[in-house]
Design a protein around this ligand. Structure first.
Ligand code: GLV
Ligand code: MN
Ligand code: MN
Length: 426
């Protein structure tokens, strides 16, 4: 196979990344683009246009996942596809490349494969998943909906990182949220799934290595903590007679932090959001709601942390914890990891195996029996989920090249071959 025919156009890729980064851009260089917000809807329309220009057919499913597809010449339309993709939404005041890198590199990879004239004989898909970030609830919404993994009523409870509930956002787009199950697909439609993403940590950047080969993604637990106290007048209620929910919450935050630290370096825990009710200068807080995100590659550690945290909450009157979601960690497919490495070796590019502490849509696919892989590219000083998120264009081009090469390798790998040998070249 002549892999030298697969040529990534770095300038075109850079332009796409810059253009996509303008939707929701803020003066400090970050973006405000919660799932299905006006900025996200505009970004999605723009990206659909870019997919169509590249010759992909484009459809949207019942939960607004965008599916771009390139079918091989007639006769192979029904074969399982090799899919790549990521998300267009962003955390509040986040960066321009979390999600966007995977979309633009995925598009560039498909364009390069198409132009190479290599006889790829299975469909290729490029998927923009809805609400990967799930700031207020669960995350990886679109990919979980695709495999019927939504929690009961989730669509009415989840707001992503934005303010309307997902159901309202879908209605605004003319979709019927009650029909969300129509997005469900059979795993047999997929031969493999590959996601390119910025590393979101400092390892690759600090070592000067352009590619990370992801071995696994952490398990993620998301909980909601509610602390009840008694609201009252901030001027007239003596200190000794108060039941201040926020003061109790403050104790919980430090105790949880201490408990997670005590479990060592292989687990992290974050209370990242807090709402104080009623929330005024002159009212003693009567109720506090907080989110707790716990992550580890080791499930027993998560269990231990949950136990400790429940113990802490039991000692605080009025405090309770409910679990919003528990996502299993996932292992990437060994064969796909080897194919990514083979792609790097052939191009003379160094790589490093690593695990992902961030969640990704790619974590949804392995449990469906779909061979899955992830390619990381470095981001400046490992900064992510903040306006300072940055990448080097040449790293994006290298990542897109490895992605394209690996897609082609999967297409031609043993046991995944089909008989059709026509070409995508137009
Ligand atoms: C998504 O970026 C997450 O890891 O929460
Ligand atoms: Mn992401
Ligand atoms: Mn993210």
């Amino acid at each position: 196979m002549d892999y030298s025919a697969i040529k990534i156009n770095e300038r075109r890729l850079r332009r796409d990344l810059e253009d996509l980064g303008r939707f929701g851009e803020e003066p400090d260089g970050g973006i405000l683009r919660p799932a299905l917000s006006d900025a996200d809807l505009k970004a999605r329309e723009w990206f659909k246009g870019r997919m169509r220009e590249a010759g992909l057919s484009v459809r949207e499913d019942a939960v607004a996942n965008i599916i771009g597809r390139l079918d091989p010449p007639s006769g192979a339309e029904g074969l399982p596809c090799i899919a790549t993709g990521s998300h267009s939404d962003a955390v509040l005041h986040g960066g321009k490349y979390d999600g966007a890198a995977g979309l633009c590199c995925g598009l560039e990879a498909i364009r390069a494969i198409q132009r190479s004239g290599l006889p790829i004989h299975c469909p290729l898909e490029l998927i923009v998943f809805t609400d990967e970030e799930g700031g207020h609830y669960a995350g990886t919404f679109g990919s979980r909906a695709m495999f019927d993994l939504l929690v009961e009523g989730e669509i009415y409870k989840s707001r992503g990182a934005g303010s309307p509930f997902l159901a309202q956002s879908l209605e605004r787009m003319g979709k019927d949220p009650a029909q969300y199950a129509r997005a469900v697909r059979s795993p047999s439609e997929f031969r493999a799934f590959l996601e390119l993403h910025i590393e979101q940590g400092p390892v690759l950047d600090s070592l000067g290595i352009p590619v990370g080969v992801v071995e696994g993604i952490v398990a993620i637990d998301r909980h909601l903590i509610e602390v009840k106290g008694k609201a009252g007048h901030a001027g007239t209620t003596p200190m000794r007679l108060r039941d201040d929910a926020l003061v109790k919450a403050a104790g919980i935050i430090t105790a949880v932090n201490r408990a997670v630290r005590a479990l060592g370096n292989e687990i992290v825990g974050t209370i990242g959001e807090m709402k104080v009710y009623p929330g005024a200068f002159n009212i003693i807080p009567g109720r506090v709601e907080m989110t707790l995100d716990l992550r580890s590659m080791k499930k027993p550690l998560l269990k231990k942390a949950r136990g400790k945290i429940r113990e802490i909450l039991r000692s605080v009157p009025g405090a309770r914890l409910t679990t919003a979601l528990s996502k299993d960690g996932s292992r990437m497919d060994r064969r796909i990891m080897e194919l990514i490495e083979e792609s790097c070796r052939r191009r003379g590019i160094s790589w490093k195996r690593m695990s992902s502490g961030a969640g990704h849509d790619a974590m949804t696919f392995p449990a469906q029996g779909i061979p899955t892989g992830m390619i990381f590219i470095p981001c400046g000083e490992g900064k992510s989920h903040c306006p300072e998120e940055s990448i080097r264009w040449e790293d994006a081009a290298t990542g897109a090249q490895i992605l394209a090469d690996t897609i082609v390798r999967i297409a031609f790998s043993a046991g995944m071959k089909s008989t059709l040998r026509k070409t995508f070249a137009r």
